[in-house]
Design a protein around this ligand. Structure first.
Ligand code: HEC
Length: 278
């Protein structure tokens, strides 16, 4: 453990991938090039499968797990919840484009009127509250199940996150997310990039580290470790805790900006959620 952390620190200091001043599209292209150079045998869409793109033995276990996908019940339960009308007779379908079917590729987006990033999970709760229902908890449970169903109806659609360059608010939110990603934190003093860019493909304890490219395509995820389905921001909190940094609240401004950045980087990849992970 000590040794692997130390070697990660050494690797982490050598170089960084993204130029300090670049637009979202330059960032994305730089990321695609970096990982393509680093993993020349991995087809682009495979990055959406996380570490299973390059860890052959973990991949075999994962493919076996996918024979009876552990997230299937969450999709079914999520569909029932999604289709059950609110007390006022309206439903989720009334809040979303296309009745909420096949829309996940557009989330998160920047709401210029509210001046904030709206994730799919936030939009689900906004829909509830607009219809007189209580907000649901963000990391697990019913909200994650509804998100699982919505992700399922979006499978195969290409991520199409918009950061309009003529919207200073959107650009600022994206940049804040990017900065969060590259900022070292916690007692171990690691940034997200230390592990998932500089050290992608290397071992950290039992895991090979996945690439930032493709990390946002497949949520929510059923993790064996969690024993249930959870949202991407639950994973952010866990990755913050791993370096002994205090995790932030799910759907905090910081985590929404981070998700905006991370999702933009996966633009063009096909959505493949929900997914299973160890
Ligand atoms: C100390 C190293 C470390 C740091 C720092 C770290 N992570 Fe992770 N992260 C991991 C490990 C280990 C896993 C599980 C293996 C994998 O999928 O990469 C993981 C998994 C993930 C996953 C799930 C990948 C998938 O395929 O489902 C996401 C998303 C993620 N991290 C995002 C982040 C973000 C965002 C940050 C910064 C807030 C961060 N990580 C910081 C080690 C780290």
């Amino acid at each position: 453990m000590k040794k692997s952390i130390l070697s990660l620190c050494l690797i982490g200091g050598i170089f960084s991938v993204l130029p300090a001043v670049a637009g979202p599209e330059e960032d994305r292209l730089a990321m695609v090039k970096y990982y393509s150079d680093r993993f020349p045998d991995v087809p682009m869409q495979e990055f959406a499968n996380g570490l299973y793109a390059f860890d052959q033995s973990a991949r075999e276990q994962w493919i076996e797990m996918e024979d009876f996908p552990p997230y299937e019940i969450a999709i079914d339960d999520g569909q029932v919840l999604f289709e059950t009308p609110f007390a006022n007779g309206k439903s989720y379908a009334d809040c979303f484009d296309n009745g909420g079917i096949g829309v996940k590729q557009d989330y998160p987006y920047f709401d210029a009127d509210a001046g904030e990033v709206v994730t799919l999970e936030l939009a689900i709760n906004q829909c509830r509250e607009a219809n007189g229902e209580k907000a649901l908890a963000y990391m697990i449970g019913e909200l994650a199940e509804i998100a699982a169903y919505m992700a399922y109806t979006s499978r195969g659609n290409e991520f199409a996150i918009q950061v309009p360059l003529d919207s200073p608010g959107a650009v600022a939110a994206y940049s804040a997310g990017k900065q969060f990603f590259y900022t070292r934190r916690g007692q171990l003093n690691f940034a997200c990039s230390s592990c998932h860019i500089q050290s992608a493909g290397l071992n950290l304890r039992a895991d090979r580290l996945s690439t930032t490219l493709g990390q946002a395509t497949h949520w929510p995820v059923y993790r064996s470790k969690w024993g249930e389905i959870g949202t991407i921001q639950k994973r952010f909190a866990e990755c913050n805790s791993q370096v002994w940094a205090k995790p932030l609240e799910a759907q905090s401004v910081e985590y929404r900006n981070l998700e905006y950045f991370l999702s933009y980087i996966s633009n063009g990849l096909e959505l493949n959620g929900p997914a299973s992970r160890r």
